[in-house]
Design a protein around this ligand. Structure first.
Ligand code: ZN
Length: 62
């Protein structure tokens, strides 16, 4: 079961192939090679990476 690395919520919605959205803290998550990548959607619609906020073990899918 996937958990949001940011808020630990399991309230994750699927929005595309390997793309997910956390309904609790409103960040986008994508999964590649067993690692979760985190993105924040800015007001102008661009995505900025939040990955440097989390260490690698937090972002691994178990
Ligand atoms: Zn979250």
């Amino acid at each position: 079961m996937m958990k949001c690395p940011n808020c630990q919520s399991k309230d994750i919605g699927k929005i595309g192939i390997n793309q997910f959205y956390c309904w609790n803290c409103f960040i986008e998550l994508s999964v590649s090679k067993g690692t979760i990548y985190t993105h924040q959607v800015e007001e102008d619609g661009t995505l900025s990476s939040l990955d440097d906020l989390f260490d690698e073990s937090t972002r691994k899918l178990s």
